[in-house]
Design a protein around this ligand. Structure first.
Ligand SMILES: Cc1cc2nc3c(=O)[nH]c(=O)nc-3n(C[C@H](O)[C@H](O)[C@H](O)COP(=O)(O)OP(=O)(O)OC[C@H]3O[C@@H](n4cnc5c(N)ncnc54)[C@H](O)[C@@H]3O)c2cc1C
Length: 430
Protein backbone atom coordinates (compact mmCIF):
# COMPACT_ATOMS: atom_id res chain seq x y z
CA UNK A 1 0.00 0.00 0.00
CA UNK A 2 1.34 3.40 -0.98
CA UNK A 3 0.58 6.48 1.09
CA UNK A 4 0.49 9.80 -0.73
CA UNK A 5 0.05 13.04 1.20
CA UNK A 6 -0.82 16.29 -0.61
CA UNK A 7 -0.43 19.63 1.16
CA UNK A 8 -2.71 22.47 0.01
CA UNK A 9 -6.01 22.20 -1.89
CA UNK A 10 -5.80 25.40 -3.93
CA UNK A 11 -5.93 25.70 -7.69
CA UNK A 12 -3.06 23.25 -8.21
CA UNK A 13 -3.70 21.00 -5.20
CA UNK A 14 -7.32 20.20 -5.88
CA UNK A 15 -6.66 19.22 -9.51
CA UNK A 16 -3.65 17.26 -8.24
CA UNK A 17 -5.87 15.36 -5.77
CA UNK A 18 -8.21 14.27 -8.57
CA UNK A 19 -5.43 13.33 -11.02
CA UNK A 20 -3.41 11.49 -8.36
CA UNK A 21 -6.45 9.56 -7.12
CA UNK A 22 -7.07 8.32 -10.67
CA UNK A 23 -3.53 6.88 -10.74
CA UNK A 24 -3.71 5.02 -7.41
CA UNK A 25 -4.82 1.45 -6.83
CA UNK A 26 -7.63 0.33 -4.50
CA UNK A 27 -5.25 -0.33 -1.59
CA UNK A 28 -3.36 2.95 -1.91
CA UNK A 29 -4.15 5.98 0.20
CA UNK A 30 -4.31 9.67 -0.70
CA UNK A 31 -4.74 12.26 2.05
CA UNK A 32 -5.14 15.98 1.40
CA UNK A 33 -4.04 18.36 4.16
CA UNK A 34 -5.61 21.78 3.74
CA UNK A 35 -6.06 24.95 5.78
CA UNK A 36 -9.83 25.06 6.24
CA UNK A 37 -12.65 23.11 4.64
CA UNK A 38 -13.28 25.05 1.43
CA UNK A 39 -11.64 25.91 -1.87
CA UNK A 40 -12.23 29.21 -3.64
CA UNK A 41 -11.32 30.20 -7.19
CA UNK A 42 -8.52 32.80 -6.78
CA UNK A 43 -8.76 34.21 -10.36
CA UNK A 44 -12.26 35.52 -9.51
CA UNK A 45 -11.02 37.57 -6.54
CA UNK A 46 -10.78 40.83 -8.53
CA UNK A 47 -14.52 40.46 -9.29
CA UNK A 48 -15.27 39.88 -5.59
CA UNK A 49 -13.52 43.15 -4.73
CA UNK A 50 -15.91 45.22 -6.86
CA UNK A 51 -19.02 43.24 -5.95
CA UNK A 52 -19.41 41.26 -9.19
CA UNK A 53 -19.12 37.95 -7.29
CA UNK A 54 -20.02 36.78 -3.79
CA UNK A 55 -18.16 34.22 -1.70
CA UNK A 56 -20.74 31.51 -2.40
CA UNK A 57 -20.34 31.99 -6.17
CA UNK A 58 -16.71 30.87 -6.16
CA UNK A 59 -16.27 28.74 -3.01
CA UNK A 60 -16.60 24.94 -2.87
CA UNK A 61 -16.86 22.76 0.28
CA UNK A 62 -14.25 20.06 -0.12
CA UNK A 63 -15.14 17.46 2.52
CA UNK A 64 -18.18 15.90 0.79
CA UNK A 65 -16.42 15.79 -2.58
CA UNK A 66 -13.29 14.16 -1.21
CA UNK A 67 -15.37 11.70 0.85
CA UNK A 68 -17.27 10.70 -2.31
CA UNK A 69 -14.01 10.13 -4.15
CA UNK A 70 -12.36 8.17 -1.33
CA UNK A 71 -9.73 10.84 -0.68
CA UNK A 72 -8.74 11.39 2.96
CA UNK A 73 -9.06 15.01 4.13
CA UNK A 74 -7.51 16.88 7.05
CA UNK A 75 -8.50 20.52 7.38
CA UNK A 76 -6.14 21.40 10.27
CA UNK A 77 -3.31 22.44 7.95
CA UNK A 78 0.32 21.36 8.08
CA UNK A 79 2.61 22.84 10.72
CA UNK A 80 5.87 21.38 9.48
CA UNK A 81 7.27 18.93 6.97
CA UNK A 82 9.86 16.47 8.32
CA UNK A 83 11.32 15.10 5.08
CA UNK A 84 14.03 13.03 6.79
CA UNK A 85 11.31 11.17 8.69
CA UNK A 86 8.81 11.03 5.78
CA UNK A 87 6.07 12.67 7.81
CA UNK A 88 3.99 15.83 7.89
CA UNK A 89 3.20 17.32 11.28
CA UNK A 90 -0.27 18.88 11.41
CA UNK A 91 -1.42 21.93 13.34
CA UNK A 92 -3.22 19.71 15.88
CA UNK A 93 0.10 18.01 16.78
CA UNK A 94 -0.63 14.71 15.00
CA UNK A 95 1.51 13.44 12.12
CA UNK A 96 0.83 11.83 8.75
CA UNK A 97 3.49 9.45 7.41
CA UNK A 98 3.96 9.30 3.63
CA UNK A 99 5.71 7.40 0.87
CA UNK A 100 5.26 10.36 -1.48
CA UNK A 101 4.59 13.96 -0.52
CA UNK A 102 3.25 16.59 -2.92
CA UNK A 103 3.58 20.20 -1.77
CA UNK A 104 1.02 22.63 -3.28
CA UNK A 105 0.84 25.28 -0.58
CA UNK A 106 0.90 28.35 -2.83
CA UNK A 107 2.51 31.55 -1.55
CA UNK A 108 3.03 33.09 1.85
CA UNK A 109 2.20 36.78 1.30
CA UNK A 110 5.14 38.95 2.39
CA UNK A 111 3.21 42.10 3.39
CA UNK A 112 5.66 42.60 6.29
CA UNK A 113 8.49 43.38 3.82
CA UNK A 114 7.02 46.85 3.11
CA UNK A 115 5.91 48.95 6.09
CA UNK A 116 2.19 49.73 5.99
CA UNK A 117 1.41 47.18 3.25
CA UNK A 118 -1.55 44.81 3.32
CA UNK A 119 -5.13 44.50 4.51
CA UNK A 120 -4.13 44.65 8.18
CA UNK A 121 -2.38 47.97 7.49
CA UNK A 122 -3.20 50.57 4.81
CA UNK A 123 -3.48 48.86 1.43
CA UNK A 124 -5.90 46.27 0.06
CA UNK A 125 -5.14 42.84 -1.41
CA UNK A 126 -6.99 40.47 -3.75
CA UNK A 127 -4.73 37.47 -3.14
CA UNK A 128 -7.22 35.63 -0.92
CA UNK A 129 -11.01 35.67 -0.88
CA UNK A 130 -11.14 37.26 2.60
CA UNK A 131 -8.81 40.02 1.41
CA UNK A 132 -11.00 40.61 -1.65
CA UNK A 133 -14.12 40.88 0.54
CA UNK A 134 -12.27 43.38 2.74
CA UNK A 135 -11.32 45.31 -0.42
CA UNK A 136 -15.01 45.39 -1.44
CA UNK A 137 -15.82 47.38 1.73
CA UNK A 138 -13.06 49.85 0.85
CA UNK A 139 -14.30 50.00 -2.74
CA UNK A 140 -17.82 50.89 -1.53
CA UNK A 141 -16.33 53.73 0.52
CA UNK A 142 -14.43 54.92 -2.55
CA UNK A 143 -17.66 55.06 -4.57
CA UNK A 144 -19.30 57.05 -1.77
CA UNK A 145 -16.32 59.41 -1.37
CA UNK A 146 -14.24 59.34 -4.59
CA UNK A 147 -10.49 59.99 -4.38
CA UNK A 148 -7.24 58.93 -6.03
CA UNK A 149 -6.48 55.22 -6.54
CA UNK A 150 -3.10 53.49 -6.60
CA UNK A 151 -2.94 49.91 -7.90
CA UNK A 152 0.00 47.64 -8.73
CA UNK A 153 2.62 45.34 -7.29
CA UNK A 154 5.67 45.78 -5.06
CA UNK A 155 9.30 44.80 -5.69
CA UNK A 156 9.81 41.05 -5.55
CA UNK A 157 6.24 40.32 -6.68
CA UNK A 158 5.84 37.45 -9.12
CA UNK A 159 2.22 37.94 -10.13
CA UNK A 160 1.46 40.96 -12.32
CA UNK A 161 -1.54 39.93 -14.46
CA UNK A 162 -4.03 40.33 -11.58
CA UNK A 163 -2.64 43.81 -10.76
CA UNK A 164 -3.31 45.00 -14.34
CA UNK A 165 -6.67 43.21 -14.33
CA UNK A 166 -7.68 44.95 -11.14
CA UNK A 167 -6.72 48.43 -12.41
CA UNK A 168 -8.88 47.90 -15.50
CA UNK A 169 -11.74 46.29 -13.55
CA UNK A 170 -11.76 49.26 -11.15
CA UNK A 171 -11.86 51.58 -14.14
CA UNK A 172 -14.89 49.69 -15.55
CA UNK A 173 -16.68 49.48 -12.18
CA UNK A 174 -16.11 53.19 -11.46
CA UNK A 175 -17.36 54.18 -14.92
CA UNK A 176 -20.51 52.11 -14.33
CA UNK A 177 -20.96 53.93 -10.97
CA UNK A 178 -20.46 57.23 -12.87
CA UNK A 179 -17.59 58.13 -10.51
CA UNK A 180 -14.59 57.53 -12.77
CA UNK A 181 -14.25 61.26 -13.56
CA UNK A 182 -13.47 61.90 -9.87
CA UNK A 183 -10.89 59.09 -9.50
CA UNK A 184 -7.36 59.48 -10.90
CA UNK A 185 -5.76 56.01 -11.16
CA UNK A 186 -1.99 55.38 -11.00
CA UNK A 187 -0.43 51.98 -11.67
CA UNK A 188 2.80 51.30 -9.76
CA UNK A 189 5.07 48.38 -10.65
CA UNK A 190 8.68 47.17 -10.25
CA UNK A 191 8.56 45.87 -13.85
CA UNK A 192 11.04 47.71 -16.13
CA UNK A 193 8.22 48.38 -18.61
CA UNK A 194 4.45 48.02 -18.79
CA UNK A 195 3.52 44.51 -19.94
CA UNK A 196 6.80 42.85 -18.86
CA UNK A 197 4.69 40.62 -16.55
CA UNK A 198 7.76 38.88 -15.13
CA UNK A 199 8.12 37.22 -18.54
CA UNK A 200 10.00 39.96 -20.44
CA UNK A 201 6.71 40.54 -22.26
CA UNK A 202 4.67 38.13 -24.34
CA UNK A 203 3.91 39.06 -27.93
CA UNK A 204 2.94 42.72 -27.82
CA UNK A 205 1.78 42.87 -24.19
CA UNK A 206 3.78 46.11 -23.84
CA UNK A 207 1.94 47.82 -26.68
CA UNK A 208 -1.48 46.37 -25.84
CA UNK A 209 -1.37 47.23 -22.14
CA UNK A 210 0.17 50.69 -22.62
CA UNK A 211 -2.45 51.51 -25.21
CA UNK A 212 -5.31 50.24 -22.99
CA UNK A 213 -3.97 52.28 -20.07
CA UNK A 214 -3.73 55.42 -22.18
CA UNK A 215 -7.27 54.89 -23.49
CA UNK A 216 -8.56 54.45 -19.94
CA UNK A 217 -6.53 57.32 -18.43
CA UNK A 218 -4.47 55.13 -16.13
CA UNK A 219 -1.06 56.69 -15.42
CA UNK A 220 1.87 54.45 -14.55
CA UNK A 221 5.25 54.39 -12.81
CA UNK A 222 7.58 51.51 -13.78
CA UNK A 223 10.84 50.54 -12.02
CA UNK A 224 8.96 51.54 -8.87
CA UNK A 225 10.16 50.53 -5.42
CA UNK A 226 7.39 50.86 -2.84
CA UNK A 227 9.06 52.22 0.28
CA UNK A 228 6.09 52.41 2.63
CA UNK A 229 2.37 53.02 2.84
CA UNK A 230 0.80 55.43 5.26
CA UNK A 231 -2.93 55.73 5.92
CA UNK A 232 -3.59 57.70 2.74
CA UNK A 233 -0.21 58.05 1.00
CA UNK A 234 2.07 55.65 -0.84
CA UNK A 235 5.80 56.43 -0.91
CA UNK A 236 7.48 55.18 -4.06
CA UNK A 237 11.01 55.48 -5.46
CA UNK A 238 11.33 55.28 -9.22
CA UNK A 239 14.80 53.85 -9.97
CA UNK A 240 17.28 54.07 -12.86
CA UNK A 241 18.74 51.09 -14.73
CA UNK A 242 21.53 50.85 -12.12
CA UNK A 243 19.06 50.87 -9.23
CA UNK A 244 19.82 54.44 -8.10
CA UNK A 245 16.85 56.65 -7.28
CA UNK A 246 15.59 58.71 -10.23
CA UNK A 247 12.58 60.31 -8.54
CA UNK A 248 10.71 60.01 -5.25
CA UNK A 249 6.90 60.03 -5.50
CA UNK A 250 4.33 60.64 -2.78
CA UNK A 251 1.02 59.29 -4.06
CA UNK A 252 -2.08 60.21 -2.08
CA UNK A 253 -4.83 57.60 -2.22
CA UNK A 254 -8.41 56.98 -1.15
CA UNK A 255 -8.06 53.34 -2.18
CA UNK A 256 -4.96 51.27 -2.90
CA UNK A 257 -4.41 47.62 -3.87
CA UNK A 258 -0.83 46.36 -4.14
CA UNK A 259 0.22 42.77 -4.69
CA UNK A 260 2.98 41.76 -2.24
CA UNK A 261 6.10 39.68 -2.87
CA UNK A 262 5.60 35.95 -2.41
CA UNK A 263 7.69 33.48 -0.38
CA UNK A 264 7.33 29.89 0.82
CA UNK A 265 4.87 29.04 3.64
CA UNK A 266 6.23 28.54 7.20
CA UNK A 267 5.59 24.76 7.09
CA UNK A 268 8.46 24.33 4.59
CA UNK A 269 10.65 27.41 5.08
CA UNK A 270 14.33 26.91 6.00
CA UNK A 271 14.35 23.13 5.54
CA UNK A 272 17.84 22.37 4.28
CA UNK A 273 17.76 20.79 0.83
CA UNK A 274 14.01 21.22 0.39
CA UNK A 275 13.67 24.97 -0.18
CA UNK A 276 15.62 27.94 -1.55
CA UNK A 277 16.33 30.98 0.68
CA UNK A 278 12.85 32.45 -0.10
CA UNK A 279 11.23 29.21 1.06
CA UNK A 280 10.23 27.98 -2.43
CA UNK A 281 10.49 24.21 -3.07
CA UNK A 282 13.46 23.37 -5.28
CA UNK A 283 12.53 20.85 -7.98
CA UNK A 284 14.10 19.16 -10.98
CA UNK A 285 12.46 18.89 -14.41
CA UNK A 286 10.27 16.05 -13.10
CA UNK A 287 8.85 18.30 -10.31
CA UNK A 288 10.92 16.31 -7.81
CA UNK A 289 13.05 17.69 -5.00
CA UNK A 290 16.69 16.69 -5.61
CA UNK A 291 17.50 16.08 -1.92
CA UNK A 292 14.29 14.27 -1.01
CA UNK A 293 13.26 12.45 -4.21
CA UNK A 294 9.93 11.28 -2.78
CA UNK A 295 8.86 14.94 -2.36
CA UNK A 296 7.30 16.83 -5.30
CA UNK A 297 6.32 20.50 -5.65
CA UNK A 298 3.64 22.07 -7.85
CA UNK A 299 2.21 25.56 -8.30
CA UNK A 300 3.25 28.88 -6.86
CA UNK A 301 5.27 27.20 -4.07
CA UNK A 302 8.04 25.99 -6.44
CA UNK A 303 11.28 27.87 -7.15
CA UNK A 304 11.74 29.32 -10.66
CA UNK A 305 14.61 31.69 -11.49
CA UNK A 306 13.78 35.14 -12.97
CA UNK A 307 13.82 35.50 -16.78
CA UNK A 308 16.60 38.08 -16.75
CA UNK A 309 18.13 40.97 -14.85
CA UNK A 310 15.93 43.92 -13.94
CA UNK A 311 16.76 46.98 -11.80
CA UNK A 312 14.27 45.78 -9.16
CA UNK A 313 13.40 42.15 -8.38
CA UNK A 314 10.62 40.92 -10.67
CA UNK A 315 9.57 37.26 -10.31
CA UNK A 316 8.24 34.83 -12.91
CA UNK A 317 4.49 34.21 -12.54
CA UNK A 318 3.11 30.71 -12.17
CA UNK A 319 -0.16 30.71 -14.02
CA UNK A 320 -3.05 28.23 -14.01
CA UNK A 321 -2.29 26.26 -17.16
CA UNK A 322 1.38 26.03 -16.27
CA UNK A 323 0.38 24.72 -12.83
CA UNK A 324 -1.91 22.11 -14.39
CA UNK A 325 1.01 20.92 -16.51
CA UNK A 326 3.06 20.49 -13.30
CA UNK A 327 0.14 18.51 -11.82
CA UNK A 328 -0.09 16.12 -14.76
CA UNK A 329 3.68 15.55 -14.81
CA UNK A 330 3.71 14.87 -11.05
CA UNK A 331 0.86 12.34 -11.25
CA UNK A 332 2.59 10.55 -14.14
CA UNK A 333 5.93 10.50 -12.34
CA UNK A 334 4.64 9.22 -9.01
CA UNK A 335 2.70 6.51 -10.88
CA UNK A 336 5.93 5.53 -12.70
CA UNK A 337 7.90 5.36 -9.44
CA UNK A 338 5.21 3.19 -7.89
CA UNK A 339 5.69 0.76 -10.78
CA UNK A 340 9.45 0.76 -10.18
CA UNK A 341 10.13 2.90 -13.27
CA UNK A 342 12.05 6.14 -13.56
CA UNK A 343 10.07 9.42 -13.75
CA UNK A 344 9.95 10.70 -17.34
CA UNK A 345 7.15 13.27 -17.55
CA UNK A 346 8.20 16.90 -17.89
CA UNK A 347 5.72 19.76 -17.56
CA UNK A 348 5.74 22.19 -20.47
CA UNK A 349 5.38 25.25 -18.22
CA UNK A 350 3.56 27.10 -20.99
CA UNK A 351 1.81 30.26 -19.85
CA UNK A 352 -1.73 30.73 -21.14
CA UNK A 353 -3.36 33.75 -19.58
CA UNK A 354 -6.61 35.66 -19.90
CA UNK A 355 -6.43 39.12 -18.30
CA UNK A 356 -9.91 40.54 -17.84
CA UNK A 357 -10.75 44.26 -17.93
CA UNK A 358 -14.37 43.78 -16.88
CA UNK A 359 -15.72 44.37 -20.39
CA UNK A 360 -12.88 43.24 -22.66
CA UNK A 361 -9.36 41.98 -21.97
CA UNK A 362 -6.07 40.67 -23.31
CA UNK A 363 -4.93 37.10 -23.76
CA UNK A 364 -1.43 35.79 -24.17
CA UNK A 365 0.34 32.51 -24.78
CA UNK A 366 4.00 32.02 -23.99
CA UNK A 367 5.29 28.62 -25.08
CA UNK A 368 7.53 27.94 -23.27
CA UNK A 369 7.14 30.54 -20.53
CA UNK A 370 10.84 31.46 -20.52
CA UNK A 371 12.09 33.14 -23.75
CA UNK A 372 13.20 32.45 -26.47
CA UNK A 373 9.86 30.90 -27.36
CA UNK A 374 8.17 28.86 -30.02
CA UNK A 375 4.87 30.70 -29.48
CA UNK A 376 4.87 34.34 -28.34
CA UNK A 377 1.33 35.53 -28.93
CA UNK A 378 -1.00 38.15 -27.46
CA UNK A 379 -4.34 39.55 -28.51
CA UNK A 380 -7.18 41.64 -27.12
CA UNK A 381 -10.94 41.94 -27.40
CA UNK A 382 -14.33 41.41 -25.83
CA UNK A 383 -14.01 37.66 -26.32
CA UNK A 384 -11.41 37.57 -23.50
CA UNK A 385 -13.97 38.74 -20.91
CA UNK A 386 -16.48 36.12 -22.14
CA UNK A 387 -13.80 33.40 -22.16
CA UNK A 388 -12.76 34.21 -18.59
CA UNK A 389 -16.34 33.88 -17.34
CA UNK A 390 -16.66 30.63 -19.30
CA UNK A 391 -13.48 29.26 -17.78
CA UNK A 392 -14.54 30.21 -14.23
CA UNK A 393 -17.87 28.38 -14.63
CA UNK A 394 -16.28 25.38 -16.28
CA UNK A 395 -13.50 25.06 -13.69
CA UNK A 396 -15.83 25.37 -10.69
CA UNK A 397 -18.28 22.86 -12.17
CA UNK A 398 -15.42 20.44 -12.73
CA UNK A 399 -14.23 20.86 -9.14
CA UNK A 400 -17.77 20.44 -7.71
CA UNK A 401 -18.25 17.26 -9.73
CA UNK A 402 -14.87 15.92 -8.59
CA UNK A 403 -13.66 15.59 -12.18
CA UNK A 404 -10.12 15.98 -13.38
CA UNK A 405 -11.18 15.41 -17.00
CA UNK A 406 -10.00 18.41 -18.96
CA UNK A 407 -12.19 18.42 -22.03
CA UNK A 408 -12.24 22.24 -22.27
CA UNK A 409 -8.50 22.52 -21.91
CA UNK A 410 -7.97 19.67 -24.31
CA UNK A 411 -10.28 21.19 -26.88
CA UNK A 412 -8.92 24.72 -26.66
CA UNK A 413 -5.32 23.73 -26.24
CA UNK A 414 -5.39 21.17 -29.01
CA UNK A 415 -6.78 23.91 -31.21
CA UNK A 416 -3.95 26.19 -30.16
CA UNK A 417 -1.41 23.38 -30.47
CA UNK A 418 -0.40 23.46 -26.82
CA UNK A 419 0.07 20.35 -24.73
CA UNK A 420 0.43 20.01 -20.97
CA UNK A 421 3.28 17.53 -21.13
CA UNK A 422 6.36 17.39 -23.25
CA UNK A 423 6.32 14.21 -25.31
CA UNK A 424 7.21 11.58 -22.75
CA UNK A 425 8.63 9.28 -25.40
CA UNK A 426 10.84 11.94 -26.92
CA UNK A 427 12.01 12.84 -23.44
CA UNK A 428 12.75 9.18 -22.68
CA UNK A 429 14.71 8.78 -25.89
CA UNK A 430 16.99 11.72 -25.09
C1 LIG B 1 -5.63 37.50 -7.49
C2 LIG B 1 -5.02 36.48 -8.35
C3 LIG B 1 -5.59 36.21 -9.59
C4 LIG B 1 -5.05 35.25 -10.44
N1 LIG B 1 -5.62 35.05 -11.65
C5 LIG B 1 -5.10 34.13 -12.47
C6 LIG B 1 -5.70 33.89 -13.74
O1 LIG B 1 -6.68 34.52 -14.11
N2 LIG B 1 -5.16 32.96 -14.54
C7 LIG B 1 -4.06 32.25 -14.16
O2 LIG B 1 -3.59 31.42 -14.91
N3 LIG B 1 -3.45 32.46 -12.97
C8 LIG B 1 -3.95 33.37 -12.12
N4 LIG B 1 -3.35 33.58 -10.90
C9 LIG B 1 -2.09 32.86 -10.58
C10 LIG B 1 -2.30 31.43 -10.04
O3 LIG B 1 -3.03 30.66 -10.98
C11 LIG B 1 -3.03 31.41 -8.72
O4 LIG B 1 -2.30 32.11 -7.76
C12 LIG B 1 -3.30 30.00 -8.19
O5 LIG B 1 -4.27 30.07 -7.17
C13 LIG B 1 -2.03 29.33 -7.67
O6 LIG B 1 -2.34 28.00 -7.36
P1 LIG B 1 -1.57 27.18 -6.21
O7 LIG B 1 -2.27 25.88 -6.10
O8 LIG B 1 -0.12 27.19 -6.46
O9 LIG B 1 -1.79 28.04 -4.88
P2 LIG B 1 -3.14 28.42 -4.16
O10 LIG B 1 -4.29 28.39 -5.09
O11 LIG B 1 -2.84 29.70 -3.44
O12 LIG B 1 -3.38 27.25 -3.13
C14 LIG B 1 -2.53 26.96 -2.05
C15 LIG B 1 -3.36 26.41 -0.93
O13 LIG B 1 -2.52 25.84 0.06
C16 LIG B 1 -3.06 26.15 1.33
N5 LIG B 1 -2.01 26.08 2.35
C17 LIG B 1 -1.05 27.01 2.63
N6 LIG B 1 -0.31 26.61 3.65
C18 LIG B 1 -0.78 25.40 4.02
C19 LIG B 1 -0.42 24.49 5.05
N7 LIG B 1 0.57 24.76 5.91
N8 LIG B 1 -1.13 23.34 5.16
C20 LIG B 1 -2.15 23.07 4.32
N9 LIG B 1 -2.55 23.91 3.34
C21 LIG B 1 -1.87 25.06 3.19
C22 LIG B 1 -3.61 27.55 1.17
O14 LIG B 1 -4.57 27.84 2.16
C23 LIG B 1 -4.19 27.48 -0.24
O15 LIG B 1 -5.54 27.12 -0.23
C24 LIG B 1 -3.88 34.54 -10.04
C25 LIG B 1 -3.29 34.83 -8.80
C26 LIG B 1 -3.86 35.77 -7.96
C27 LIG B 1 -3.20 36.04 -6.63
Amino acid sequence: MTKVVLMGAGLGGIVMAYEMKDKLGAGDELTVVHLGTSYSFVPSNPWIAVGWRKREDIAVELEPIFARKGIGFRSEGARRVHPQENRVELNDGTSLPYDYLIIATGPDLAFDEVPGLGPEAHTQSICQIDHALHAKTAFDKLVEAPGPVVVGAVQGASCFGPAYEFAFILDTALRRAKKRDQVPITFVTPEPYIGHLGLDGVGDTKGLLESAMRERHIKWITNARTVKAEEDTLFVEEVNEDGTVKKAHELPFGFSMLLPAFRGVPAVKDIEGLTNPRGFITIDKHQRNPTYPNVFGIGVCVAIPPVGETPLPVGVPKTGFMIESMVTATAENIAALMKGEEPRAVATWNAVCLADFGDEGIAFIAQPQIPPRNVNWSSSGRWVHAAKIGFERYFLRKIRQGQSATFYENLVLDMLGIKKLKEIHIEAAE
